[in-house]
Design a protein around this ligand. Structure first.
Ligand code: IVH
Length: 710
C-alpha cells in the first residue's frame, strides 16, 4: 500500500469508527456488531503501526489510552473559569431573578434552567475541528492539561465535522453515572481495592491518574454546559451555542427549560427538584442562566462568579432504608457510640451503609429498633444520620436495643467494664490503653484538619496498632519506612502489604507534619472537647505548647464563677475569647497536660524536635490595650452577597484576627457582612437587630487592629 492509499484508508476507517462511536454514546443506537467494530479497529491499528507518520493523536485507536505520563502540564485558560453563586431558598432565588430584572431593566428576562451536574469541570479545546487539549478548572486561571485522559472518554468527539469553527472551546462537566459508579465500586471491593465515596470523588480520582489506559477502563462521561473561546463563528445566545455544538455531536446538558418569568423559573426549579432523583447522574442543584449573550456581557461578572448565573441548591435528600443491625463504635475518648448498619443506599451522592445513632437516649427518643425502616439523610460533610423511624412499616421481627445489654457491660474492643459518668448519657470505656481509642486518636491525628498525613487512612491506622507497630499517634514518627512498606493490611492467610511507594509518601507527609502550625497540633493531640475551632482560638492566644501548658488565661477561665461572663472578667475581657473556649475547654486542656499521657506527649515532641508555633497569634497584648478591644476577635460574622474578593479569603482575614465565620444568621451573630444581593440573610439579620456591615467597615476594623500592633 502506498502512503497516499494508507492515508485514504486511515481516514475512512477513522471516520467510520468515530461515527459508530457517536451512534453508540450520543444517540444510544449503534448499527454495527461488536465483532465488526473490532475488525475495523484492528485494521486501523495495523495501518497505524505500519505508517506511524500517519497516526494522529485523535485517532479512535487512542481512546484506549497511551503511555503513562510523569505529571500534568499546566495550561492557562483564555478566560477565567468561574464558579456560580449559590442560592439556598426560593426566597434567595426570587432575589436573584429580581436583581436580573432590575439590572437589565426588563420585566421578562429569558433564562435557561438545567441540572447542576456534580462532576469535575473541564474545558475542551477544538482547533480546526480536532481535539487539541482539555484542561481542568484548577484555580480558574490555570488548570491541569488532562488531554490524554479526556481522549479515553467515549462520548467526547475527538474530531468534529468539516464545518467546525477555527477554534471552539466547550466547557462542561466530566462525571460518572450512578449505576456505572455502583458497578465500579462493587468490582473494586471484590478485588480488595478501596472504594470511592461518591461518583464525584471517583471522577476526580480517575482524572488524576497519570496512566490513561487505566482511565479508559473507568466509565466517565462528558456533558457540555457552557462556552469559552470561539473563533470564526458568532452566537447570540446559550441556545444557539447548544444547537451548534450538539450538531457537531458534542453531548449537551439535558433536560433544560427556558422561561422568562419568576413564576416560570420557580415552577421549573420545583419540577426539577422531583425529576432530579431519576436522572442517571448526581445533581444537587439547578443552574439558572441568562440566555442572551448580549445581556450576559452587559451584566458582567465579579471576581468569583458571573452575575448572569445562579445555582439553586436543593435541601439534602432523605432516603428510606432498613436497619439490619446496630453495632458499637468506641471513639477517641472511649465513648461507646451506637451505629445503625443499613441496607446500603445512595444518598446525596454517597453510598450510605452506616448512620450514627448518637447514644441510648437518642435510640429511645426516636424509638429506633433493629429491623426498622428508617429515613436517612446526609447533610453536607457530616456523618449520615437517621432522621426518623417509619413505624407504620414496622414488622414483627423488629427488636429493641440497649447498649449495655448488647455489649454485656464490657468494652467491645478491650473488654473493660464500661462506665456511665453521672449526668452524662454516654457509656464509656475507662481503659486508657484501649486499642479502639488509640486507633481513633490516630485517625484524628492524621486527619486533614489536624496534621493531614495523607496515606494513613482508617485501615492503615488500625493495622499499625493491631500489628503492634505503634501504640499511640506520636509513635508514627518512629516507624521506619521499610517497616511501613511491609505492613500487612490483609489477613495472615491473605497478606497484602502497603508497599514502598505508599510508605515513602507517608514518610514525606510526616516530615511535613512536623512543621504544622500550633492550632493543627492542638487539634491533633485529641484533647477531649477541643475541636478544630477551639484549637484555632487557643493558638490565637498562645504562641506555643509550653505557653498553653502554663497558660494564665486558661487558669483564669477555669476559675470563672458560674454565671460570670468572660467579657466581664478584667483579666479575660481584653482577649475577646471566642465562645468555643470556655471553662470546660480550659479544664480539659489543664487535665491533659497534667495527665501522664500529656506529659509523655510533650516529652516525645521534644525528643523528635517538634515545637509547633502559632500562625494566628493575635492576643490583645499585640493589639495594644490602649486601643481597647480588637473589634473582630471573638465576634461571629456571617457573610452574604457578592463581595470583591473570594469568600474564603475574607473568611480567613476574619479568622486571622480571631473572629469566627458562620454559615447562617442567628441571635449569636454579631455582624452580617453583606455584599451585593444576599437579600434573605440581610432581612433576617435586620429582623434580629444584628448589625449589617459592608466590606469597607470590615477593612476599617482590620486597619484599627493593624495600626495598634507594635
Ligand atoms: S454553567 C460561570 N451549568 O458548577 C460558570 N455549570 O459551581 C457557568 N456545573 O463551574 C457554568 N453543572 O463546573 C453550569 N449545568 C451547569 C452546571 C455547571 C455543573 C459546574 C460548573 C461550574 C460549577 C459552579
Amino acid at each position: 500500500m502506498t502512503l497516499d492509499e494508507a492515508r485514504g484508508e486511515i481516514k475512512r476507517l477513522s471516520t467510520e469508527l468515530e461515527r459508530h462511536n457517536r451512534l453508540y454514546y450520543v444517540e444510544g443506537n449503534s448499527d454495527i456488531s461488536d465483532s465488526d467494530y473490532d475488525i475495523m479497529f484492528r485494521s486501523l491499528e495495523l495501518l497505524e503501526e505500519e505508517f506511524p507518520e500517519l497516526a494522529s493523536p485523535n485517532s479512535p485507536t487512542r481512546r484506549v489510552g497511551g503511555e503513562p505520563i510523569e505529571g500534568f502540564e499546566q495550561r492557562k485558560h483564555f478566560s477565567r473559569m468561574l464558579s456560580i453563586d449559590d442560592v439556598f431558598s426560593e426566597e434567595e432565588l426570587t432575589d436573584a431573578y429580581q436583581r436580573l430584572q432590575r439590572l437589565l431593566n426588563l420585566n421578562h428576562v429569558e433564562v435557561v434552567i438545567e441540572p447542576k451536574i456534580d462532576g469535575v469541570a473541564v474545558a475542551l479545546h477544538y482547533q480546526r475541528g480536532e481535539l487539541a487539549f482539555a484542561v481542568t478548572r484548577g484555580d480558574g486561571v490555570t488548570g491541569d492539561d488532562i488531554t490524554e485522559n479526556v481522549r479515553t472518554i467515549g462520548n467526547v468527539p475527538l474530531r468534529l465535522p468539516e464545518e467546525a469553527p477555527e477554534w471552539l472551546e466547550v466547557r462542561g462537566e466530566i462525571f460518572m453515572a450512578n449505576e456505572r459508579f455502583a458497578i465500579l465500586n462493587q468490582s473494586r471491593e471484590e478485588e480488595g481495592l478501596s472504594t470511592f465515596k461518591n461518583p464525584r470523588n471517583a471522577t476526580a480520582g480517575t482524572l488524576k491518574l497519570l496512566d490513561s489506559r487505566e482511565v479508559a477502563k473507568r466509565p466517565l462521561e462528558f456533558m457540555a454546559h457552557g462556552m469559552g473561546r470561539l473563533d470564526g463563528v458568532v452566537v447570540e445566545s446559550i441556545l444557539d451555542f447548544q444547537q451548534l455544538i450538539s450538531d457537531f455531536g458534542i453531548p449537551v446538558n439535558s433536560p433544560i427549560w427556558v422561561r422568562d418569568s419568576l413564576t416560570g423559573v420557580l415552577e421549573v426549579v420545583r419540577e426539577l427538584g422531583v425529576k432530579r432523583r431519576d436522572l442517571p447522574y448526581e445533581t444537587d442543584g439547578a443552574v439558572i442562566k441568562v440566555v442572551s449573550r448580549e445581556q450576559q456581557l452587559s451584566l458582567g461578572e465579579t471576581s468569583r462568579a458571573p452575575r448572569w448565573a445562579a445555582a439553586f441548591k436543593y435541601p439534602p435528600e432523605q432516603k428510606e432504608t432498613v436497619i439490619q443491625d446496630i453495632t458499637i463504635q468506641v471513639g477517641r475518648t472511649g465513648v461507646l457510640t451506637p451505629v445503625a448498619e443499613l441496607d446500603p443506599i445512595l444518598v446525596s451522592g454517597t453510598t450510605v451503609s452506616r448512620a450514627t445513632l448518637h447514644n441510648q437516649d437518642e435510640i429511645d427518643r426516636k424509638d429506633v429498633r433493629i429491623g426498622d425502616a428508617v429515613l436517612v439523610e446526609k447533610a453536607g460533610e457530616i456523618i449520615p444520620a437517621v432522621v426518623k423511624v417509619l413505624p407504620e412499616k414496622r414488622g414483627d421481627g423488629s427488636r429493641k436495643y440497649d447498649i449495655y445489654e448488647a455489649v454485656g457491660g464490657k468494652c467491645p474492643s478491650c473488654g473493660s467494664e464500661i462506665i456511665r459518668i453521672e449526668g452524662f448519657v454516654a457509656w464509656k470505656c475507662p481503659n486508657p490503653d484501649c486499642p479502639a481509642k488509640s486507633a481513633n486518636r490516630i485517625k484524628q491525628f492524621v486527619s486533614r484538619k489536624a496534621l493531614d498525613v495523607e496515606g494513613v487512612g482508617n485501615i492503615v491506622a488500625e493495622k499499625l496498632i493491631e500489628r503492634g507497630l505503634i501504640h499511640e499517634a506520636l509513635d508514627l514518627f518512629s516507624v521506619g519506612v521499610e517497616e511501613l512498606a511491609q505492613l500487612n493490611l490483609g489477613t495472615e492467610e491473605n497478606p497484602r502489604v502497603l508497599g514502598a511507594k505508599k510508605a515513602e509518601s507517608i514518610a514525606t507527609a510526616l516530615q511535613r507534619a512536623k512543621k504544622a502550625s500550633l492550632n493543627r497540633w492542638i487539634y491533633a493531640l485529641g484533647i477531649p472537647q477541643v475541636g478544630e475551632s477551639a484549637a484555632r482560638e487557643l493558638s490565637r492566644i498562645h504562641e506555643n505548647l509550653s505557653q498553653l501548658k502554663q497558660s494564665e488565661i486558661l487558669e483564669e477561665l477555669k476559675s470563672l464563677k458560674t454565671g460570670e461572663r468572660k467579657e466581664d472578667n478584667e483579666l479575660l475581657a481584653p482577649y475577646g475569647i471566642a465562645g468555643e473556649v470556655g471553662p470546660t475547654v480550659a479544664r480539659n486542656v489543664g487535665l491533659f497536660f497534667d495527665s501522664p499521657e500529656g506529659e509523655r506527649a510533650l516529652e516525645r515532641l521534644g525528643e523528635i524536635g517538634i515545637n509547633p508555633a502559632s500562625d494566628n497569634y493575635a492576643p490583645i497584648s499585640a493589639i495594644g490595650e490602649a486601643n481597647g478591644l480588637n473589634p473582630i476577635a471573638g465576634k461571629t460574622f456571617v457573610i452574604t452577597g457578592t463581595l470583591s474578593s473570594p469568600r474564603d479569603q475574607i473568611k480567613e482575614s476574619i479568622q486571622v484576627n480571631g473572629g469566627k465565620v458562620s454559615g447562617s444568621v442567628s441571635k449569636n451573630t454579631d455582624f452580617l457582612l453583606a455584599g451585593e444581593g444576599g437579600g434573605a440573610k440581610r432581612d433576617k439579620a435586620e429582623s434580629l437587630g444584628i448589625k449589617v456591615i459592608g466590606e469597607d467597615d470590615l477593612k476599617e476594623m482590620q486597619a484599627s487592629i493593624d495600626s495598634a500592633k507594635p
